[in-house]
Design a protein around this ligand. Structure first.
Ligand code: ATR
Length: 277
């Protein structure tokens, strides 16, 4: 019997999740289909209820419903609690298990695919919104030397740093600062987790933030050489990446959670890669 999964959002046409999960199902021999569900705004719960009633076993959640999914879940994993948002759900009877695999996907891409260990590294994260919240705990779990969160609105960065310190009992120093506070400090890995790239804007970051041999990682995907990546390139950074690997790896995490089999992501990453030019 074919099992049913889907991604829910509004709009949903742009989603790559069906392509990714269908490819995973083929290579792992899993009998499932994976569709797109367009939910009317304000009708998330009814739309998911209908999907479950028709036998659906799991869903990915994309904008603008990640907070609705958080409220809909009966069992929130720590990753979803820390992120304050849900990107994957599993349905078992009355239970709605909820996860957020974005951070794990990011770390897997950086450490495994890009072969850039985070242990002992100085990490800078630009932005203190949902993307940073999702990424923080998995990054901290790698044991970096330090994590600095920099944000236009400094209070948000400070708040998030405090929350992160509480979660991991201060094992890794985490600081929340403003851009001016960075001065000439440099970092081994710089993540752009702001939404600035979506509007082709550049966070006010100085070129000195990139240490020699640094990895500059844009969490957005498919935008080519964003202003952030261009800044890094002009600063002499040769290790540039966007979020295509993160996208594939968070999907692989969800697939394994649902099906108990881990798919290889290399082919999907190749297929979805947009050149950084
Ligand atoms: P997301 O869920 O994508 O993280 P969000 O929660 O709205 O979206 O957060 C967006 C983040 O990008 C915020 O940290 C925002 O900074 P502020 O908190 O100061 O608003 C940051 N951001 C957006 N546009 C930016 C820009 N042009 N320069 C610097 N930071 C920007």
């Amino acid at each position: 019997m074919t099992d049913h999964y889907a991604v829910i959002g509004n709009p949903i046409e742009q989603s790559k999740s069906p392509l990714i999960h269908t490819a995973f199902a083929q290579v792992t021999g899993q009998d499932l289909d994976y569709t797109k569900v367009l939910s009317p705004l304000g009708e998330f719960a009814q739309t998911v209820d209908a999907f479950r009633a028709a036998g659906g076993l799991g869903m990915n959640v994309t904008a603008p419903f990640k907070l609705d999914a958080f409220a809909y879940a009966t069992d929130l994993a720590p990753s979803a609690q820390m992120a304050g948002a849900v990107n994957a759900m599993k349905f078992e009877g009355d239970k709605v298990y909820a996860e957020n695999f974005d951070g794990l996907g990011l770390v897997r891409d950086v450490v495994h695919n890009l072969q850039c260990p985070l242990q002992g590294r100085r990490v800078l994260i630009l932005g203190a919104g949902g993307a940073t919240r999702g990424a923080l705990l998995p990054i901290l779990a790698q044991g970096p030397a330090e994590v600095v969160i920099v944000n236009r609105t400094v209070a948000k960065a400070e708040e998030l740093a405090q929350l992160a310190c509480k979660h991991q009992s201060g094992a890794v120093p985490v600081h929340g600062v403003g851009y001016a506070d960075l001065r000439a400090r440099s970092f081994d890995v710089v993540f752009n987790a702001t939404s600035a790239s979506l509007t082709a804007q550049l966070p006010p970051l100085g070129a000195s933030a990139f240490a020699p041999g640094c990895l500059a990682y844009e969490l957005a995907y498919g935008k080519g050489l964003t202003p952030f990546l261009k800044l890094a390139q002009e600063a002499g950074v040769t290790r540039l990446a966007d979020g295509v690997g993160m996208l594939a790896e968070q999907a692989a995490e969800a697939f394994e959670w649902w099906r108990g089999v881990r798919p290889d992501t290399a082919a999907v990453i190749r297929q979805l890669t947009v050149p950084l030019v």
